[in-house]
Design a protein around this ligand. Structure first.
Ligand SMILES: [Zn+2]
Length: 254
C-alpha cells in the first residue's frame, strides 16, 4: 500500500481537476497508472472523479482481474488495458468527456488541422476514432489502429482519451486537447482557418525532441495530416495513419 500511495494520491488529485474543470459530469471518466508490468491502479466504477479517496481505487492485473480493492473496477478497463498493451512507454491514462473536444467528436470532426504550433509539437494532431459502444470490444477495435501513432484520441460520439509517460503527462495532454478544441471552435466561428504549411510543420516536428522536459520521448510518431480546409466538415472517421500522411498542404481559404 505504501508504495502505491503517491500514485493513489495522484489519481485522486487529477480526478478532482477533471471534475473541477467540467471535463466530466456525474460518474464519467476514468484514470489509471501502470504500477509495474502486471499491475494497474485504476478508478472504480460509479464514483464521481471529484470525490474519490485513495482507498477507493482498485488494482487489476493485465487481464483486468481484480487484485486489490473493495470497489468494482471501471467499466472502461479494456480501453486502458489495450493502451498499456500497445504502448510499453505509457504509464498513465486519462479518459474524460471535455465538452468542446467531445462536441467535435459528436460532430464527426477530428482535430487534425495544424492550427496551433504548440499542439503540432506536443500531439501532432488528434484523430477521430470510429464509434464503439463503451465497455465492448467494438470500442477497443476502433481505437486499436490509432493508439500506436498518437498520444490523444477523440472517440466518436463519446469523448477523449490521452496517455503519456506518467499520469501528469496524460492529464496535461487532456487539457491541451480541450484547449485546442476551443481554439479550433473559434476558427470555425470566425469562418476561416489558416493552417500551418508543410514546411512549418516539418520544422516543428524537428524541434519536438527538445520539448520532452527530461521525460522519455513518446513512442508515437504523431503524424499531422493536411486534409485541406474543408476536410473536417464531413463526417469522416480516422483512416489508417499511413493513408493520412500526405504532406500536400491545402491552404485554400473557405
Ligand atoms: Zn467515457
Amino acid at each position: 500500500m505504501a508504495v502505491d500511495r503517491p500514485f493513489r494520491e495522484q489519481i485522486v488529485r487529477f480526478g478532482a481537476m477533471l471534475h473541477e474543470r467540467g471535463f466530466v459530469a456525474a460518474t464519467d471518466g476514468n484514470l489509471s497508472v501502470r504500477l509495474d508490468e502486471n499491475r494497474i491502479l485504476v478508478t472504480p466504477t460509479c464514483m464521481s472523479k471529484g470525490s474519490m479517496r485513495p482507498s477507493d481505487l482498485v488494482i487489476v492485473d493485465n487481464e483486468g482481474r481484480l487484485v486489490k480493492g473493495r470497489r468494482r473496477v471501471s467499466s472502461e478497463i479494456a480501453m486502458h488495458l489495450l493502451i498499456y498493451r500497445l504502448r510499453p512507454d505509457v504509464r498513465g491514462i486519462v479518459h474524460a468527456h471535455p465538452p468542446t473536444a467531445t462536441g467535435f467528436a459528436a460532430a464527426g470532426m477530428a482535430l487534425n488541422q495544424p492550427l496551433v504550433c504548440e499542439v503540432v509539437i506536443g500531439l501532432g494532431s488528434i484523430p477521430l476514432a470510429k464509434y464503439g459502444t463503451p465497455g465492448t470490444p467494438e470500442l477497443t477495435e476502433a481505437l486499436e489502429p490509432l493508439v500506436p501513432h498518437y498520444d490523444a484520441l477523440l472517440m466518436s460520439n463519446h469523448g477523449v482519451v490521452a496517455y503519456g509517460a506518467d499520469l501528469e503527462q496524460a492529464y496535461m495532454k487532456m487539457e491541451t486537447v480541450e484547449h485546442f478544441a476551443k481554439i479550433a471552435l473559434v476558427t470555425h466561428q470566425l469562418g476561416i482557418q489558416q493552417p500551418l504549411g508543410a514546411a512549418e510543420v516539418e520544422k516543428l516536428i524537428v524541434v519536438r525532441a527538445k520539448y520532452q522536459n527530461g521525460l522519455p520521448p513518446s513512442a508515437a510518431s504523431m503524424p499531422v495530416s493536411f486534409s485541406g480546409s474543408d476536410g473536417n466538415h464531413h463526417r469522416k472517421n480516422a483512416e489508417a495513419p499511413e493513408e493520412r500522411k500526405d504532406l500536400t498542404a491545402s491552404r485554400e481559404s473557405k
